[in-house]
Design a protein around this ligand. Structure first.
Ligand code: SF4
Length: 294
C-alpha cells in the first residue's frame, strides 16, 4: 500500500475486508492483483470507460474509438466488438433522455473524513442535475437483471458510499443514486457462428426487448441509514488499523468465502499452497487505490 493510499477506505476495500481479512491483506496491503482477467471483467471495464466518454458528451463513434485507442488492453476482437455493440445499444436506448439532464461531473474522485485518521473515498461515474435535484449515476454491467439484483439496492453499501460522498459536495441538493444497468448480450453464440453475425443477432435482441437489457433504478438514503453505514465503515477501518504492519498470519482467513456464489477467490491458490514462486507468478503488484490517485 502506498503512503498516499494508506488510511483510505473505499467501498471495495471495505467489502473485501468484511468478506475476508486475508484477501484484504493480499490486495490492499501487498497490492497483489491477478495478471489474467476474464473476458467478462474486461467487457465491464471497457464498457464503463466508453460510458464515461458518452457522459462527457462525446459522440458514439468517438467514444468507441477512444476506448480502444487510449486504453491499454490486449482484449480480443470479439471482446472489442461486444463492447462496441453494448455502447451502441446504450446510446440508442437513452438518446432522448440526455436533454433533460445537466452533467455536473464524470469519473469524479471525492473523499470525506471518517475520523481524524481515516478517509472514505470513491470515484463517482456520473453526477447529474435534473428538475428534482442532484443524482449520482452508478454504471453497471451484468449478465441479467432479475429481482435479486435489484432487491439488494436498499442495503447496498456502494450506493450509500456514493450518496454520502456526493452529499458533502452538493449539500442540500442531493436526491439519491441512480443504478444505471447494461446487460451483456444474453443470447448464445451458435457453434461455428462468426462474431459479426452473432452480434447482429444480439443487437436485434436488445432492440426487441430493451427492458431485459437496460434499467435505471433510483435509490434513496435516509439519514439513519447513512449514520448506520458510517459506524460500520469506521468499525471496519479500526479493525484494519489494528492489523496494519503485521504479516499474513495476523489477517484471518474467512474460508466460507473462498468459493462464494460459485466464484473462486483470486487468492485461492495462495491460501491453498502458500506464498511461493509458482503461486505468486499469477500476480502483479498494482496500487489498489490508483484510480483515486491518478
Ligand atoms: S482464498 Fe479464501 S481464505 Fe484465502 S483470501 Fe480468498 S477468501 Fe480468504
Amino acid at each position: 500500500m502506498s503512503k498516499r493510499s494508506k488510511n483510505i477506505l473505499t467501498n471495495s476495500s471495505m467489502t473485501t475486508y468484511q468478506r475476508c481479512p486475508r484477501a484484504y491483506y493480499y490486495r490492499y496491503v501487498w497490492g497483489l492483483a491477478p495478471k489474467k482477467v476474464s473476458d467478462k471483467i474486461t467487457i465491464g471495464k471497457l464498457t464503463h470507460k466508453g460510458l464515461a466518454y458518452l457522459h462527457q458528451g462525446k459522440d458514439l463513434n468517438e467514444a468507441i474509438n477512444l476506448v480502444f485507442s487510449e486504453t491499454s488492453t490486449d482484449a480480443s476482437m470479439a471482446v472489442r466488438k461486444t463492447v462496441a455493440t453494448m455502447l451502441t445499444q446504450y446510446a440508442l436506448k437513452w438518446k432522448d433522455d440526455a436533454d433533460t439532464k445537466q452533467t455536473l461531473a464524470v469519473e469524479s474522485v471525492l473523499r470525506r473524513k471518517l475520523d481524524d485518521n481515516w478517509w472514505l473515498a470513491g470515484k463517482l461515474d456520473w453526477v447529474i442535475r435534473d428538475d428534482e435535484g442532484v443524482w449520482v449515476v452508478e454504471c453497471k454491467t451484468t449478465s441479467r437483471i432479475d429481482r435479486d439484483y435489484l432487491a439488494k439496492l436498499p442495503l447496498d453499501n456502494q450506493v450509500t458510499t456514493y450518496y454520502y460522498l456526493a452529499s458533502g459536495k452538493w449539500k442540500g441538493e442531493m436526491r439519491g443514486v441512480i443504478y444505471d444497468v447494461v446487460v451483456r448480450p444474453r443470447i448464445y453464440r451458435r457453434s461455428g457462428e462468426d462474431i459479426d453475425t452473432y452480434l447482429e443477432r444480439a443487437a436485434a435482441a436488445y432492440l426487441a426487448n430493451p427492458t431485459a437489457y437496460f434499467t435505471r433504478q433510483c435509490c434513496f438514503r435516509e439519514e439513519w441509514k447513512v449514520d448506520s453505514f458510517l459506524s460500520s465503515a469506521l468499525y471496519t477501518a479500526k479493525e484494519i488499523e489494528k492489523r496494519l504492519g503485521e504479516d499474513a498470519d495476523a489477517w484471518p482467513q474467512f474460508t466460507w468465502s473462498c468459493f462464494l456464489r460459485g466464484r473462486e477467490c483470486p487468492y485461492a491458490q495462495l491460501c491453498s499452497y502458500g506464498e511461493n514462486l509458482r503461486t505468486l507468478s499469477a500476480f502483479e503488484i498494482v496500487d489498489p487505490m490508483r484510480e483515486l490517485l491518478e
